[in-house]
Write a protein that binds this ligand. Structure first.
Ligand code: ADP
Length: 160
């Protein structure tokens, strides 16, 4: 039985991520979302916040679990019996990066396959990094982020 892992930074989780989770879950009946401890140079949310947000957004879905990892994703996948890495493909820029990552991960762990899913067309241009740029300029991100994430961002704004 396949046991897919969907790794990423999820800083913040977007509607595109949720779309991909639902598609993965529909295909496989179960899915583990793995949040990378390191979310790059300018994280918007801490690891615990990103885990909490994903739990709020996806907690009710049967077959879905949420965890975190540090270091190589293939080491985490191996240690927890995952045979598939699920990743999203939005455009050719994703393709170039993801293709290299997938082949590198296969070199490191030949028994683990990377599978790609495309999101719904409306989320093709949604990325966490773009969300951070819009937020930094005070823009409206409500079309791209789950209500649970928007609520936390609003609370944060009210406190500052
Ligand atoms: P990473 O730092 O690992 O790229 P991200 O959270 O940015 O972490 O992305 C995790 C995965 O989710 C990647 O495979 C990425 O292509 C995919 N992804 C991100 N946004 C979307 C989206 N809008 N539609 C489909 N896949 C997406």
């Amino acid at each position: 039985m396949v046991h897919p892992l969907f790794p990423g930074s999820f800083d913040p989780p977007t509607l595109g991520h949720l779309d991909l989770c639902r598609r993965g879950l529909r295909l496989f009946g179960r899915l583990t979302v793995a949040v990378a401890e390191n979310a790059g140079k300018h994280p918007l949310f801490t690891l615990q916040e990103r885990l909490d947000l994903l739990e709020r957004c996806l907690g009710g879905l049967e077959g879905l679990s949420i965890t975190s990892f540090r270091g190589l994703v293939v080491d985490h996948a191996r240690a927890h019996g995952h045979d598939i890495l699920l990743r999203g493909l939005r455009d050719t820029q994703d393709f170039e990066y993801e293709y290299r990552m997938a082949l590198t991960n296969r070199e490191l762990a030949p028994e683990i396959e990377t599978l790609f899913l495309m999101p719904s067309l409306e989320y093709t241009f949604t990325s966490s990094s773009l969300m951070k740029e819009i937020l930094a300029c005070g823009g409206d991100v409500s079309a791209f982020l789950p209500p649970e994430v928007l609520e936390v961002l609003r609370d944060r704004n009210d406190r500052t």
